[in-house]
Design a protein around this ligand. Structure first.
Ligand SMILES: Cc1ncc(COP(=O)(O)O)c(C=O)c1O
Length: 302
């Protein structure tokens, strides 16, 4: 196979992600790479760091890493937790399992709830488990909002209410790698502490950027968390970001693309409403599955 040849016609991706990148975004990235310590990049970064907040529906800082979503998973864990901390994770499918494996590798104790890959996180079961945890050993609840491998969507607002009903101080960490920009998502209104996201799905960008949106409570936890962190350190990133800079080389041209994605005329409308491309697609997919006698995996829709 020759890597510089492409079949005629437009290459059309039909996988859960990376998704097709609109021409407008591709064109926006087709600029010469600029000096990331120069004034043009500084202006671009300030604009992007401001406008990305609307995508997460937050007034809080959003940290942007030159990394895939897996990096942002790690950043969420190492900035908020210490070795030996216990976290509750809900098993919705393959990606929830990978996140759990990562927690285990980092020396965090993880408790997997659920296990039926057709079903979303159960807020009542989470509330019950947290009520049992009188010592507050559980430091975080980790949920994959849209489990890409199964199409299962969990109700994040309901999980927050469950944590509050149990009067438990656990942080709420949410993976939105395949939901942000596709399914209604509200970091602030749903009381999420760390939202983990990636560029290559609902944001309509190529892979290469990932994100942590962080609540004040998460920032406070980062001051006492003891897991080792260097590249992923929120402190260094936020200190540099305050003036539109980065502690290391950012993915310069992807920033042009991200800026364009935030500016697209439909963007405000898309982020603000609960309009959901997946919701529109899922009844059709389900109907096609049953027509062809294939069992649709997920019992939920967004
Ligand atoms: C829900 C979810 N979480 C995590 C990941 C891992 O992200 P990445 O492959 O960008 O590292 C993916 C990737 O598809 C995903 O869909």
């Amino acid at each position: 196979m020759r890597l510089n040849s492409h079949p005629s016609g437009r290459h059309f991706l039909q996988i859960p992600g990376p998704t097709n990148v609109p021409d407008r975004i591709l064109r926006a990235m087709d600029y010469p790479t600029i000096d990331h310590r120069g004034p043009e990049f500084n202006a671009l970064a300030k604009k992007v760091l401001r406008s990305i907040r609307q995508v997460f529906q937050t007034r809080q800082p959003v940290i942007v890493y030159p990394a895939s979503g897996t990096g942002a998973w790690e950043a969420a864990l190492v900035n908020t937790l210490s070795a030996g901390d216990l976290v509750l994770m809900w098993e919705t499918g393959h990606f929830a399992s990978l996140w759990k494996k990562m927690a285990d590798k980092l020396g965090i104790k993880s408790e997997f709830m659920g296990g039926d890959w057709r079903k979303p996180a159960d807020p009542a079961a989470i509330e019950k488990r947290l009520k049992e945890d009188k010592e507050h050993a559980i430091k975080a609840v980790c949920i994959v909002h849209n489990e890409t491998s199964t199409g299962v969507v969990s109700d994040i607002g309901a999980v927050r209410r469950a944590i509050d009903a149990a009067k438990h101080p656990a942080l709420l960490l949410v993976d939105t790698i395949s939901s942000l920009g596709s399914i209604d998502y509200r970091h602030d209104a749903w009381g999420v502490d760390v939202t983990v996201a990636g560029s290559q799905k609902g944001l309509m960008l190529p892979p290469g950027l990932s994100f942590n949106a962080v609540s004040e409570k998460a920032l406070a936890a980062s001051q006492t968390s003891k897991l080792p962190k260097a590249f992923w350190s929120w402190d260094d990133m936020l200190a540099a970001n305050a003036n539109g800079w980065f502690p290391y080389t950012p993915a310069t041209n992807l920033f042009y693309g991200l800026s364009e994605a935030c500016d697209m005329p439909s963007a405000k409308w898309r982020w603000r409403t609960s309009t959901c491309r997946s919701a529109r697609a899922s009844p059709r997919s389900r109907a096609r599955c049953s027509a062809s006698a294939i069992s649709a995996t997920s019992t939920t829709s967004c």
